[in-house]
Design a protein around this ligand. Structure first.
Ligand code: PCA
Length: 214
């Protein structure tokens, strides 16, 4: 059994739901075959979220860790390729913290790549019938902060485990005026199950063009 830790966030920015936690719960309740999935809910707070993640990783000793976050405005499931060593918050977090141009880890490397087969993960979500793409920025808010902290932790303490980050769109109930794209939680959970299986079983990535020109 591959041990998978899946994290989602509490609501932030005035929202009353965060699809990342809804999806993490759904996948943990009905995991794909061969995977033992535990879900952990992280605060949307700089520093505290990274600490909660560290505690969960140390307690669970997973083979694979995928953190989920909401990216309202994105129309599809996006698999993040890179985490950068920058906190630069456009809005305050849930504790009122708003770091500007500060490192996630002082003295840490500029960036870490996800150690998932990211293109195979995108392909798996698409094969499950759900729109997905590769992303080259997780932003500079709490999601990138957690992604960077995760990759730093795994590099330091658990180098055999794979890690990565996936952003997901808003829920339909969050955007009833249809000004923002959305996907239902069960659709995203379906994509995530396929994605987790690919991440857990593929030893090499696909060599297909998914790059961006901007
Ligand atoms: N999305 C935010 C933080 C929590 C979440 O779900 C982000 O993209 O940084």
């Amino acid at each position: 059994m591959t041990r998978v830790l899946l994290t989602g966030f509490e609501p932030f920015g005035g929202a009353d739901v965060n699809p990342s936690w809804e999806v993490a719960r759904l996948v943990a309740a009905t995991p794909p075959e061969g995977l033992a999935v535990t879900a952990a809910r992280l605060s949307c707070v700089f520093g505290q979220a990274a600490e909660e993640l560290r505690t969960a990783v140390r307690a669970f000793a997973p083979d694979l860790v995928i953190s989920l976050g909401q990216a309202a405005g994105r129309p599809d499931v996006t698999v993040e390729r890179v985490a950068i060593n920058v906190d630069d918050a456009r809005i305050p977090d849930n504790a009122g913290r708003q770091p500007v141009d500060r490192p996630v880890v002082p003295g840490g490397p500029a960036a870490y790549f996800a150690t998932l087969p990211v293109k195979a993960c995108v392909a798996a979500a698409r094969e499950a019938g759900v729109p997905a793409s590769l992303s080259h920025t997780a932003g500079t808010f709490v999601c990138n902060h957690v992604f960077y902290a995760l990759m730093h932790l795994l590099a330091d303490e658990l180098p055999t485990a794979r890690g990565g980050f996936v952003h997901i769109p808003a829920l339909p109930s969050q955007v009833l005026d249809v000004s923002t794209p959305s996907l239902p939680a069960d659709t995203v959970a379906h994509a995530l199950r396929a994605l987790l299986t690919a991440a857990a079983t593929r030893t090499t990535d696909l060599r297909v063009p998914e790059g961006a020109t901007h």
